[in-house]
Ligand binder design. Sequence first.
Ligand code: PRX
Length: 631
Amino acid sequence: MAANDEKTLFTPSQEVVDQANVKEYDQQYAFSLEQPEVFWAEQAAQLSWYREWDKVLDKSNPPFFNWFQGGRTNIILNAIDRHLLSATRNKLAVIWEGEPGDTRTFSYHALNREVSQFANILKSMGVKKGDVVTIYMPQIPEQLFAMLACAKIGAAHSVVYGGFSHEALADRINDANSRVVITADGGYRRGKVVEMKSVVNKAMELSPTMEICITVKRTGIEVYMENDRDYWYHDLKSLPIASNKCETEVMDSSDMLFLLYTSGSTGRPKALVHTHGGYSVYTATTHRMVFDIKPEDRYWCAADPGWITGHSYIVYGPLINGSTIMLYEGAPNHPYPDRWWKIVEKYGINILYTSPTAIRGLMRFGDSWPNRNDISSLRLLGSVGEPINAEAWNWFHKVVGRGNCPIMDTWWQTETGGFVIAPLPITPLKPGSATKPFFGNELAIVDDAGNEVAAGEEGTLVIKTPWPGMAKSVFNDPQRFISTYWEKYSKQGWYHTGDSAKKDEDGYYWIIGRNDDVIKVSGYRLGSAEIEGVMARHPAIVESAAIALPHHLKGNAIHITAVLRNNYKPSKELELELMLHMEEHLGKIARPEAIQFAELLPKTRSGKIMRRLLKSRAMGLPDGDLSTMEE
Ligand code: PRX
């Protein structure tokens, strides 16, 4: 992949500037840092509240910041209920297309009906405020309804990405103490049925807390159902309990909206907790300003709802803003590589938000696929999840955007809830840079001691100021929240992102990648320790080290160095067996690109695996400092 260049500048057209929701950045940014609470109170005032907050930001117990303290709301009040009182009621909320080509649409009125019915069903199953409901589903409208139904009754959802194995699912169910899981028999992907209920069945065997499973029928495949544990959604929906009227639960700003598992440097995945108040304000504001949302827009975030991008920018931000959202179930290249472009043409999509991996994946089929469809409805494009390389940026801009759609390269994390570095449509763009901080966020690139590094130098990205979208804690483990994100710069009270980055002379930020043991494969986040833990469960393995190496499509790919037990010999067959082991026990995304066998792993004297050394050797770079290495 070609290096990005800091000199190329794409200035937005006058037309883009004229219609932008936000017309000026510098002064408003300065104001948002000088008076963040005034800035955020103004944004919060655009939403509905059952009771207004007493204090915009309670900083009395850092790093557990409390936004809109004393405020009472529910994200559903803003994402659905208030729209029912205006003309938005009859507007399309969701346009959905399944991979086989079936379509369903829902107005805000219909969305409310579906969500209320689902909410009543959950209540009848004993789900209460504060409970955690696990959702493991394909990308069908019911996935969205299930999430919104939980929020409506004050239960927290924990959506587990459908690509994870039954063991990974069970780990997440058990950590969350979840009693109820919502799934579907299966979904469609590349013309095939992907089974889901059978994965849930296996997970439930490993999950002592699991009592109830609600299954949506999507594909009609045969599934095993158990009496008093398993219920078909369509059966429940036909009962009187599934009334289409349901009161929205009044919540505190700081009450839990959802938990979402993500990988870090240590083995066990952790769940970040997001809340009703601050998260509503942050997702709505960032979505409205960065994607320049107009009432008539058709907006498509082509991510999976199972990741934070889907939570914040398919579901919550867009629905709060009353947008019409596009949802598509399947693969971008099924049955042909222009499936996405056909969807853009068919529904007249105006904004398309996706990942560099998806862009590179479609770019390899050439220009003719987008060119044979009329995609001129597109006005803005977006990218997220990993740094976007210059070729992919230029192709997206020139071929998909026909040279006149600005690309919003948005940097953020599961932890941040929403965009932290992102352009506005008026921002002059540099391909590969997420440009400048979003309002209210003060950032810096620092060394290990917290000193700011010079322009152009690489360092660690930190966030110096609290923001409303920030996670409240790690579920059931506040100590881990502190040690992962706040300990390194505890003296200064800064949030440690785990990313290395540079800032250029013009104040543009360039993300380089993770500086911890998190691996981003196709934009998906996995932890080295998590991968190594699953590897170690194979009888051939003594220990292993997982590192990320550059990959032309995936951005990064997993490479493993493994030490075998005495009675095993390295072979191609064993390599393949271990790859399948990873797929089966963690998920397809965790399949390593290559496995190398070694006698020993390089370690420090204190016994830590030196993954950095494995990486520099694999890339033919100098070894660096080896003074801590054991003999
Ligand atoms: O390394 C950064 C990368 O994705 C990480 C966060 O991953 P996750 O929590 O899964 O959230 C992904 C979607 C928000 C970050 O630490 N990352 C995210 N966006 C970008 C990015 N790297 C470069 N450019 C981006 N726009």
